[in-house]
Design a protein around this ligand. Structure first.
Ligand SMILES: Nc1ncnc2c1ncn2[C@@H]1O[C@H](COP(=O)(O)OP(=O)(O)OP(=O)(O)O)[C@@H](O)[C@H]1O
Ligand SMILES: [Mg+2]
Length: 304
């Protein structure tokens, strides 16, 4: 049995994807769901959100093995072997991180080169193409995770179609391959921050296009479908937390763990509390749509 991967990607940069993965990972930890947060974006922002700068640099030594996802992929990339044992960082009893790496962009080149070669039934092409999934599965097993949350880089999103075909026509291999049952779960929108340089009207026009854009680009529908106020594919609207967000980066804590000592006073303290409720509802919505971590939302559980 493989561990489900919930992958997060966006078309537009800087729309709060990494912050979302970070907060959801902490929310699952608070709900006592064993979760692995995986940083597959070569920007490694998720890793930087979880770890202190010194810790991050220790994971990426100039020489020797890198204790990041890149380190696991290196033997495969160099052609000296298959993927190595996963290195994960245990953050709490429930939460672990598969650290990212700036060097990951090198592997992305290999990935795009090997993708067409799967059609030539090349075994290494299958090793490379399935490498991320296999490393994540091994890491999840090590942590005994119930779910994997993956922050994807911008180049890792067009992988859905064509895998089944490659797999069915491919050679017999002695390593596991993902089934390729990739299912779009929906989308999350980040609320607009009132800012002088960006009129609300422009934001609204952009948000209004999302339901149609999602149906066409992600679901592959040709008809844009009805445009309703409440789109079934929209999982949530995430609040813009304004200055609370920089506070989380400073304190290396999710918003809903901020205290007065971290600077969350007065209205900020209330907002931090509300954030717990909002992210819990978001986690619940994802659980309902995916079947992941159902136990956490049963009546007898922390979030019940
Ligand atoms: N809900 C939020 N409220 C306030 N600020 C936010 C929120 N989510 C994200 N931000 C801020 O927006 C900026 C971009 O967020 P983030 O890095 O999460 O986006 P991203 O989509 O992962 O970006 P990239 O495309 O570079 O990976 C960060 O400065 C972050 O603190
Ligand atoms: Mg990011």
């Amino acid at each position: 049995m493989s561990v489900p991967v919930i992958a997060f990607f966006n078309n537009k940069g800087g729309v709060g994807k990494t912050s979302l993965v970070y907060h959801l990972a902490w929310m699952f930890q608070d709900l006592e769901v064993r979760v692995l947060a995986a940083d597959l974006d070569p920007q490694a922002n998720l890793t930087a959100a979880f770890l202190e700068e010194d810790q991050v640099l220790e994971l990426w030594p100039q020489e020797g093995e890198r204790r990041s996802i890149f380190g696991c992929l290196e033997p495969l990339m160099k052609g000296t072997g298959d993927i190595g044992a996963p290195s994960i960082v245990s953050l709490t009893q429930y939460l672990a991180l598969m650290p990212g790496d700036l060097a990951l962009s090198l592997f992305e080149d290999d990935l795009s080169n090997q993708w067409p070669r799967c059609l030539e039934r090349d075994e290494r092409a299958f090793r490379v193409t399935s490498a991320f999934w296999r490393v994540l599965q091994a890491a999840a097993r090590k942590h005994d995770a119930e779910v994997i949350l993956a922050d994807l880089g911008p180049r890792l999103r067009d992988w859905r179609s064509g895998w089944k075909d490659r797999r069915d026509r491919g050679p017999r291999v002695d390593f596991p391959l993902p089934a390729g049952e990739m299912r779009p779960v929906g989308y999350v929108v980040l609320q607009h921050a009132v800012r002088a340089d960006r009129p609300v009207r422009a934001y609204r026009r952009w948000v209004e296009r999302i339901p149609t854009e999602y149906r066409i680009s992600v679901l592959g529908e040709t008809d844009s479908g009805p445009r309703e106020d409440r789109d079934e594919h929209r999982i949530a609207l995430v609040k813009h937390y304004l200055s609370l967000m920089p506070m989380t980066q400073e304190a290396r804590k999710p918003i809903f763990h901020l205290t007065a000592a971290d600077g969350a006073l007065g209205a900020h303290a209330t907002a931090a509390k509300d954030a717990f409720r909002d992210f819990r509802e978001l986690a619940r919505a994802i659980s309902e749509r995916t079947g992941v971590a159902r136990g956490a939302f049963s009546p007898a559980s922390p979030a019940g």
